[in-house]
Design a protein around this ligand. Structure first.
Ligand code: HEC
Length: 107
């Protein structure tokens, strides 16, 4: 029987990526089931923030979102709450979140 290639988990498949994110990641000891709910507290369930101090994420450029979260994680972009949110995230989780929010309809 020929070996079938595994389906590719690409950045172009946000729903697939988010499925992987919601499943318990074997790479991290902590289950991340509530990540998006945590973000939603500030950025809105639909990626549209209700607070004027918080940026909208919906429809934002995927690469931009990824870069900003990596910068928060490293401390290059300074912000207390976002540093706290990003500090335990893997690059894979950040990529999945960036793809998820980029795919949401902008306001
Ligand atoms: C406690 C509230 C809070 C939570 C929770 C939160 N954020 Fe944020 N986030 C902010 C604020 C405030 C900013 C703006 C930071 C600044 O002014 O530099 C921000 C900025 C960002 C940015 C940069 C947006 C831009 O336009 O530059 C991204 C991306 C982001 N957050 C993603 C997330 C993700 C993903 C989560 C969940 C893991 C999350 N945030 C959770 C408050 C929050």
């Amino acid at each position: 029987m020929p070996r079938r290639p595994l389906p590719r988990l690409s950045m172009g498949a946000p729903l697939l990526a988010i499925g992987a994110l919601l499943a318990t990641s074997p790479a991290s000891a902590e289950p991340r089931t509530s990540t998006i709910e945590e973000c939603a507290a500030c950025h809105g369930v639909d990626g549209i923030a209700r607070d004027t101090e918080v940026p909208h994420l919906a429809g934002q450029n995927e690469r931009y979102l990824y870069n900003q979260m990596m910068a928060f994680r490293s401390g290059k972009r300074q912000h207390k709450e976002m540093r706290y949110m990003a500090r335990l995230m893997s690059a894979q989780e950040i990529a999945a979140l960036a793809a998820y929010y980029a795919a949401l309809p902008p306001r």
